[in-house]
Design a protein around this ligand. Structure first.
Ligand code: AMP
Length: 824
């Protein structure tokens, strides 16, 4: 590749010399290079295309200071050709704009040139226009120029008026100086759309755009469904995101007037190379180029946690990661459906426990540090004071909450919410004050009323308990009858699928549908007749796990419902066939990514922390919040499945055990689980409890942070497991050395340090020293001081128990689970 640099005085658009006609000296030189370029593949450092020139595949434009380059490229492993703009000064090609994103060229015949109407067009080898600009005016001498901002502009060569610019047609990236938002007069909207994948820049499912309804706010959408909301601009930041410490490299501007709604950021330090993108997995990320690591560092990635999922807690409740459960009804409200609520499904939200008086007797409860509710259906006035706002809300029966719209100068402006509030998140140390209307009785004023409410609630609770007791008795009797009548091996209320239906859905269990193989047998992808995708586990005849595990899985999972547990949709028992039908997890299991360095794009630190949090919540639900108290007994990376958004779901309940009443520990002679994840007391004495799951969680956490397997961990200086290695580094005060080198250079080092610390607390040798999962979730989502961990269990590889176990040890090539018989 030959790179020829034309002197700045020639390439600068501002230079008068360059503005001369095609007969000028500079132009002559350019023509010469164009001719030369057809003979050798050249990167010609010109920054313009004039009406008489073209840009062929292999040639590029380079902006005046060499910040950006425009040319033909093929993304990832694709061979298709696209015209795009990328950063020029970094070694990793990072494309920020693509012209023909939805219409690639299939060979190197593409040419970019002006047609007679000032339209810059991309033409393929057969002369077909695959992409073109839509300049509003036709001028005799249009010029396309790549600016140092990364903007490709088309100007009238005569008077420099801009006819078209690429910044008006964003792809997945917002560069500094690029406006997102809407021209209110013309309705023209600029928003980001993700690529389909890193190999395919065509329009993906995710968009990030400002919704002008009510009081404007940016939304991340998947097709038409809201995924995440940044909250309204409050004069300083978007109220739904943590307020960044004073940013010395960038400044932000949000404009909202009767002409436009727009958001732009500018660089203060122009040497920083930065970008904001919506990636194909639905994350909005601010990236900064790190010269030391020669890689991109993610400054932030949104959504950050479960509380960022739009409306996860439904109406009139707030989401707080530190609380358990994370969704809490606002004061004066109760769950709309307590059954769903207790099962971890909070979307139904909360309803008032007592109606409003709709008079001045009503009052307000203040929620500090929250992300303001969705403002699409709110009313606003930017000149009102907070007191005026309160009065306005009090006098409007439909008004349910109010807040300042702007936080500068002590607060100003008024936002009113009508009928309901949704998507409120507690953001410690940030967020705004929200005032929610409640009847006087909730404010402690009306004692009598409260007594009546208390009596009413007690009576309802007693009645509810009676109904539940009758229902349970009825269910037990019915179950006994069903069992007696047809010796049913499944749970009677779990949908039963006909074998033919599942066979058809999985293409008759064809090899091409096979997703993997576990201890239970092969797993196939299926599509039911209504289009729903499912995963089907087929118990194989020589399955290491047997009918018992099948029953176990049906009995446990059918009763559980939580966003971090894989959902069992039904089963099939016909003749010899035993099938389990689950919701399909498109990203399969965590181990596929964790131990593969090529997956780093999918597993940056924020994603890893989200996965850790999700697993912790799922486990907490099993241990504490579900109707049964369940010990999973085989928690490991391959039993964590990932949905499309890489949200983790615990799977494989074949080995799970439940506890009744006050029981909190069990013992077995048949120890089943996976080396490296099993706690010492379980492996040696067969003792299992929620704390043995906590041990496995600690190991898994360290694997997620390090990207390495605990068992089989290799180090030239010692024979320790990953756990032992992490423990040594922690004691030496260099715990961060255990972090996966692929993510070590990021701005999240303190979160990583804290996670390692928590992992070591979970993996301590003695169960009584390990924290409960509820404490783990609190520690993971707060800055509270952590106790010092004691020595972990099984941290030297050769002490892992395979040699010490007497009796039967089974293992299969498909799965690393083992069964041990331990003597007591
Ligand atoms: P298991 O029997 O649960 O160990 O599953 C074996 C393999 O099948 C897993 O490692 C996954 O790759 C795949 N698999 C299992 N369940 C699902 C599911 N619900 N969706 C997608 N893939 C799955």
């Amino acid at each position: 590749m030959v790179s020829i640099v034309i002197p700045a005085f020639i390439s600068s658009r501002k230079n008068k010399l360059w503005k001369m006609t095609a007969a000028s000296y500079g132009f002559f030189l350019l023509r010469l290079w164009t001719v030369l370029s057809s003979m050798v593949t050249t990167s010609i450092a010109r920054d313009i295309i004039t009406a008489t020139e073209s840009l062929r595949d292999g040639e590029t434009l380079v902006s005046a200071s060499g910040n950006f380059e425009l040319g033909f490229f093929s993304p990832g492993s694709s061979t298709r050709r696209y015209v795009g703009i990328w950063f020029k000064k970094i070694p990793v090609q990072t494309v920020v704009w693509v012209a023909n994103r939805n219409s690639p060229i299939y060979d190197s015949s593409g040419v970019l040139q002006f047609n007679n109407n000032s339209v810059l067009a991309l033409v393929n080898g057969t002369g077909v226009f695959v992409w073109s600009t839509n300049s509003s005016r036709s001028v005799p001498n249009p010029v396309a120029q790549l600016l140092d901002s990364g903007n490709l502009v088309i100007r009238n060569g005569k008077d420099d008026t801009v006819l078209w610019q690429s910044f008006d047609y964003p792809c997945d990236s917002q560069l500094p100086g690029m406006k997102l938002g809407r021209d209110i007069v013309s309705g023209f909207d600029r928003f980001l759309t993700s690529w389909k994948s890193s190999d395919d820049p065509s329009m993906g499912s995710y968009t990030y755009r400002i919704d002008p309804r009510g009081y404007p706010q940016p939304f991340l959408m998947k097709d038409d469904v809201v995924q995440f909301r940044d909250g309204p601009w409050n004069g300083v930041w978007f109220s739904g995101t943590a307020r960044l410490p004073t940013d010395s490299t960038q400044e932000y501007k949000f404009v909202y007037n009767n002409k436009e709604i727009s958001y732009v950021y500018e660089l203060i330090n122009i040497s920083v190379i930065t970008n904001r993108i919506v990636n194909p997995y639905g994350n909005i990320q601010r990236q900064e180029w790190n010269n030391h690591t020669q890689g991109w560092a993610t400054f932030y990635s949104k959504p950050i946690d479960n509380c960022d999922t739009y409306g996860v807690c439904g109406v009139f409740s707030s989401c707080n990661l530190v609380k358990n459960p994370q969704c809490q009804c606002m004061k004066g409200f109760v769950p709309n459906s307590s059954t769903d609520w207790n099962a971890g499904d909070w979307i139904g939200g909360c309803v008032r426990s007592a109606p409003l008086n709709c008079s001045v007797k009503d009052g307000f409860i203040k929620y500090a540090n929250v992300k303001l509710p969705d403002t699409r259906y709110s009313w606003y006035n930017i000149t009102m004071t907070l007191d005026e706002c309160r009065t306005k809300c009090l006098h409007n029966c439909s008004c349910v909450a109010y807040a300042n719209s702007n936080v500068t100068h002590g607060g100003s402006g008024c936002l009113l919410w009508i009928d309901s509030v949704i998507d409120v998140k507690v953001i410690a140390g940030s967020g705004q004050d929200l005032y929610v209307k409640v009847p006087a009785s909730e404010l402690g004023g009306d004692g009598k009323k409260r007594v009546w409410i208390a009596i009413g609630s007690t009576l309802s609770a007693v009645m509810f308990l009676c109904v539940v007791a009758i229902f349970i008795a009825w269910r037990r009797r019915r179950k006994r009858e069903v069992h007696k009548n047809n010796n049913n091996e499944g749970e009677s209320d779990l949908p039963i699928y006909a074998f033919d239906v599942i066979a058809q859905a999985t293409n008759y269990f064809s090899l091409s549908n096979k997703l993997g193989e576990g201890g239970f047998g092969p797993v196939y992808k299926g599509v039911l007749s209504d289009g729903q995708e499912v995963a089907v586990k087929r118990l194989s005849k020589d399955s290491r796990q047997g009918l018992d595990e099948f029953k176990n899985e049906v009995i446990f999972i059918a009763k559980l419902q939580h966003r971090n547990l894989v959902k069992l949709m039904g089963c099939c028992i016909e003749a010899e066939e035993r099938l389990l039908i689950y919701e399909y997890m498109p990203k399969k299991s965590l181990d596929n990514y964790l131990f593969d360095p090529r997956s780093i794009d999918l597993l940056d630190w924020p994603k890893r922390l989200e996965i850790i949090m999700g697993i912790a919540r799922g486990l907490l639900y099993l241990h504490q919040d579900s109707r049964l108290r369940i010990v999973h007994r085989d928690l490991k990376a391959s039993n964590i499945l990932l949905d499309f958004h890489m949200n983790p779901k615990i799977s494989d309940f074949g080995l799970a055990r439940s506890f009744n009443g006050n029981e909190d520990e069990g013992q077995t002679k048949r120890v089943v689980g996976t080396y490296g994840y099993m706690s010492p007391e379980y492996t040696i004495d067969g003792l299992f409890s929620v704390k043995s799951d906590v041990f496995s969680f600690g190991v898994l956490l360290l694997e997620i942070v390090s990207g390495k397997k605990n068992r089989g961990f290799n180090h030239p200086d010692h024979h320790h497991t990953l756990l032992g290695h992490a423990w040594m580094l922690f004691k030496e005060g260099v715990a961060l050395d255990v972090v996966d080198p692929l993510i070590r250079n990021s701005s999240y080092l303190s979160e990583m340090q804290r996670s390692i610390h928590i992992g070591l607390l979970c993996a301590q040798q003695h169960p009584e020293d390990r924290p409960s999962m509820s404490l783990v979730t609190v520690m993971l989502s707060s800055d509270s001081e952590l106790p010092q961990p004691k020595e972990p269990g099984f941290y030297v590889e050769r002490y892992l128990p395979q040699e010490s176990v007497s009796g039967n040890t089974q293992s299969s090539s498909n799965s690393d689970s083992v069964t041990l018989l331990v003597g007591r």
